[in-house]
Write a protein that binds this ligand. Structure first.
Ligand code: PRX
Length: 663
């Protein structure tokens, strides 16, 4: 592990950021959140969560137990209560008389639109749940989803929740190989997919990757349910494949949600860790929904009857689970979902969407903000963004320049900006300012939310004083915490609970400033963060060495102005490989394509450098720190523990053309 406190010298610049944005009095007057939330939670943290769970969630059987931590680090929350997630997200709003409220405004990339009310959604999820059951899916079965961001994706997730069948959404940008390993690990009974979706003006395909994944062998999969989105031709396996529009249309639009215990699995979501094998992060029902609803209401100041909320995340990531599907729908919000990319048909698309639907709350990632910043102020300036009143950021540290640009250019110098820190594993937001309460500091996620206990500790797990850096830990269990790693309880304990005794270690370095506010400094383990997406160095290294030309590979994350980090790979070619007869550009193209096939285009290295040797310690560990120096064009740091001192010279000599091949 690197020492986070010693790392970025840019940190001192960050911490000297002295712009402050106190909440505007008009905002304070109407804000959902109040300062007394902190006192309430501090007085009785567990009781506070029980109050939230009772207030925000509809229980079939009320719980009498709150937290059970006696088997730490395996927690249960609200364990004797029963509920249904889909009932909370859909049906209860219809029962409360809000059936005519719009749940989803869908904007397809080609410009097609759909408006779906809560009553429509109830009928759709009921049909879909009946169709899933007719295909043999029952409570407890796992369903894999591999879909574009279309209403059917939301409906499919909710239909699974409705029958208590945990879903495992696999990001549509992942390859057949990645999909296959996730289907196998979760032992999915059904795969829901689409013929394709629209991205950057073109139809992309999904069904062929499902066919390819299943052809590799997936004995548990009985059916593939296919949504027709693009109309492109697809291969069809009779008896296995079923059209969504036939199965769902034929099903009844009445369905009773299946109540499940609070600790019943709601979903598995695979994420990258420090080893090559993705981890199936497991979330359960009652605690997860409670924290999603609570954070969504207070961090975004949601007013369900007037706001139009838009989170730009794809449902393939945890943000899409917690802040496209569960948080907003449980709170009865009206939201926009948009299928495509921000630059189609032109770079004003997002701002056209905001203006068209009068979006009032926008939640996106720093990488997108920096991209829009690069495209120029005149693009958003030409649109009416006056409906916006709260802006959120997630996925990676947002630098103060991007933060202030976001507030000034998108938020018209009037909106609060909330920088929200959390993870797939935490399930919901953990550290964030509260709009209407917190005086905002650009670049800092600031303070743990009421009910959350976080600290920055040193190597021994001792809290650091203000003004110092260390490791970010969570010191008390929280309702939306992961309950484990699917099928691998030991890995759960090893990964999160063994670095520090009794503390959840998040993998991030952080610093507390003189006021005690938390600044996130990025990962301190072998995980990279590219455009807010987590990628493991080991996973990409395994993909590279699975190519016949490659003998050894080392991957590092190099800082990148737009994407936060970019993947840079160093490879040693096999002595007898055909690769040696190719030009560096050909080798790079071949290996980048190979990584795309193994994992997905998102994992393609920006740069691949063929080197004669890799720097290693005497015990054989690759010194990634030195490679990072090379990748970031810095003078190479302390190399005294290097087994062979000449290696770095060899690498430097071999780096003739570090041409970027990013796309
Ligand atoms: O390094 C932190 C970074 O993203 C990691 C979690 O990634 P993932 O599980 O994919 O979830 C992303 C969306 C919640 C964290 O360990 N991260 C997330 N949000 C922030 C952040 N880093 C700094 N500031 C944030 N607001």
């Amino acid at each position: 592990m690197t020492d986070p406190a010693a790392e970025p010298s840019a940190l001192e610049n960050l911490l000297s950021e002295d712009r402050r944005f106190p909440p505007a009095p008009e905002f304070v007057a109407q804000a959902n959140a109040h300062r007394d939330l902190y006192a309430w939670a501090a007085a009785d943290r567990v009781g506070f969560w029980a109050d939230q769970a009772r207030e925000l969630i509809t229980w079939q059987t009320p719980f009498t137990q709150t937290l059970d931590w006696s088997n730490a680090p395996f927690a249960t929350w609200f364990a004797d209560g029963t509920l249904n997630a889909c009932d909370n997200a859909v049906d209860r709003h219809v029962r409360a008389g809000h059936g005519d409220r719009v749940a989803l405004y869908f904007e397809g990339e080609p410009g097609d639109t759909r408006t779906i009310t809560y009553a429509d959604l109830q009928r759709e999820v009921s049909r879909a749940a009946n169709a899933l059951q007719a295909l043999g899916v029952t409570t407890g079965d796992r369903v894999a989803l591999y879909m574009p961001l279309i209403p059917e994706a939301v409906v499919a997730m909710l239909a699974c929740a409705r029958i208590g069948a945990p879903h495992s959404v696999v990001f549509g940008g992942f390859s057949a190989e990645a999909l296959h390993s996730r289907i196998l690990d979760a032992e999915a009974k059904l795969v829901v997919t689409a013929d394709g979706g629209y991205r950057r003006g073109n139809p992309t395909s999904l069904k062929p990757a499902v066919d390819e994944a299943l052809a590799k062998g997936a004995p548990t999969v009985e059916h593939v349910l296919v949504v027709r989105r693009t109309g492109q031709p697809v291969d069809w396996t009779e008896g296995r494949d079923v059209w969504w529009h036939e199965a769902v249309a034929a099903a009844s639009d009445e369905h009773t949600p299946v109540p499940v215990p609070a600790e019943h699995p709601l979903f598995i979501l695979y994420t990258s860790g420090t080893t090559g094998k993705p981890k199936g992060v497991l979330h359960t029902t009652g605690g997860y929904l409670t924290q999603c609803a609570y954070t969504h209401l207070n961090v975004f100041d949601l007013k369900p009857d007037t706001d139009v909320y838009w989170c730009t995340a794809d449902i393939g990531w945890v943000t899409g689970h917690s802040y496209v599907v569960y948080g907003p729908l449980v709170n009865g919000a009206t939201q926009v979902i948009y299928e495509g990319t921000p630059d189609t048909p032109d770079r004003g698309r997002w701002w056209d969407v905001v203006a068209k639907y009068r979006v009032s709350i926008l939640y996106t990632a720093p990488t997108a903000i920096r991209t829009c910043m690069k495209w120029g102020d005149d693009i958003p300036a030409a649109r009416d963004l006056s409906s916006l009143r709260v802006l959120g950021s997630v996925g990676e540290p947002i630098n103060p320049e991007a933060w202030t640009w976001y507030r000034r250019v998108i938020g018209g110098d009037r909106t609060p900006v909330v920088d929200t820190w959390w993870q797939t594993e935490t399930g919901a937001i953990m550290i964030s300012p509260l709009p209407g309460v917190t005086e905002a500091k650009p670049g800092s996620a600031q303070v743990p939310l009421p009910g959350v206990a976080a600290e920055v500790v040193d190597d021994d797990g001792t809290p650091v004083p203000n003004g110092s850096g260390g490791y970010l830990v969570i010191t008390e269990p929280w309702p939306a915490m992961l309950r484990g790693i699917w099928g691998d309880p030991d890995r759960y304990v090893d990964t999160y609970w063994s670095r520090f005794k009794h503390l959840y270690f998040a993998g991030d370095g952080a610093k507390k400033d003189e006021d005690g506010d938390i600044w996130l400094l990025g990962r301190v383990d072998d995980v990279m963060n590219v455009s807010g997406h987590r990628l493991s160095t080991t996973e990409i290294e395994s993909a590279l060495v699975s190519h016949p030309w490659v003998a050894e590979a080392a991957v590092v994350g190099a800082s990148d102005e737009t994407t936060g980090q970019a993947v840079v790979a160093f490879v040693i070619l096999r002595g007898d490989s055909e690769g040696l007869t190719r030009t560096p550009a050909e080798v790079e193209a071949e290996l980048r394509a190979h990584v795309a096939t193994q994992i997905g285009p998102i994992a393609k290295p920006r740069q691949i450098l063929v080197v004669p040797e890799l720097p290693k310690t005497r015990s054989g560990k690759i010194m990634r720190r030195l490679l990072r120096d090379v990748a970031e064009h810095r003078a190479v740091g302390d190399a005294t523990t290097l087994a062979d001192q000449s290696v770095m010279d060899l690498i430097a000599a071999g780096l003739s053309s570090p041409a970027s091949a990013a796309d």
